[in-house]
Design a binder for this molecule. Sequence first.
Ligand code: TXA
Ligand code: MG
Length: 328
Amino acid sequence: MIPLDSAELIKARDLLRENDVVGLPTETVYGLAANIDSHEALKKIFSLKERPFFDPLIVHVASIKQAQELTTEWPPVADFLARWFWPGPLTLVLPKAASVDPLITSGLDTVAVRFPSHPVALEIIRLVGRPLAAPSANKFGKISPSTAAHVRAEFPDLLVIDGGNCEVGLESTVIDFKVTNEFTDVRILRPGGVTEEMIRTALDRWSQTTNVIQAESSASPGHVKHHYMPPIPLAIVDEDFSEESAVMISEDLRLKEFRQPIELMLPSDPAHAARIMYSEMRTASESGADMIYVRKTEAREGGLWAAIWDRLTRAASWDPDSGNRLGD
Ligand code: TXA
Ligand code: MG
């Protein structure tokens, strides 16, 4: 862990109090943060990221109380899961308080809240004294950053606080709730650091019966089909893939001059794989190869693999089923 530099943290606090944005570490990925009370800084996030306004931001808090103040309903199931998983990589979508700027929520009547566990993120939220809206610190649709260097490469003019390599390495799990007198549903809008199995295990300890379901992809406005994309095309291929077949894929992808593919190899431990995945995608993109391939291995399913394959599928430019180029 990189030691906290208090002068840097004070500088971050001052910028965040003065309508500016700062790059900060969280345990999932680095974020591009703005004080939720600064409409000007919130606008800056969208322009820096080149992010469309239909994609709402996650608000980061340093206590459950602070999260409750941003919402008008705090159902018992949300309270239970917040107490179980926070601080940590779980984001709760709940009805928003009137005070939350509609720019954060893309005009929706809900707000996404998360209590991160990274000590630097928490310290900055406490210093500013207000929650911070922060998307991942990358240009819209591109690879998320898991080191301060990744953020600096994309946003050279930004103050980026270095909190080391992100421990989880991919984004938080986003969930919402449907609660009636008869049933309680927990819906997973985006798989992430807290797995479906972990949510089920937690809810087994809860007094009420709850269904955990996967949402239709349209339920999360920003979780679009093409996202996390490296600068060179990425293809998900069968386990027995040979590099000769890469030529065929390169034709499908209409690569002008095809030189060589590079394999994105991930370790068998999913926590380790998640931690290094985005860095490895960046390294592969800079290797001189003109295409990345990842072998889809059947043994790698469930748990954190769900979030890993979710990201890789969205990062892919080639569809193994149709052989078509994606993202046109
Ligand atoms: O781990 C993370 O969540 C990171 C770190 C920085 O905290 N942040 C992050 O933010 O991944 P971003 O902006 O890249 O992704 C936010 C996701 C989007 O998919 C967005 O659609 C969803 O959260 N989201 C935000 N507000 C929502 C809402 N009111 N309803 C449904 N989905 C929402
Ligand atoms: Mg993102």
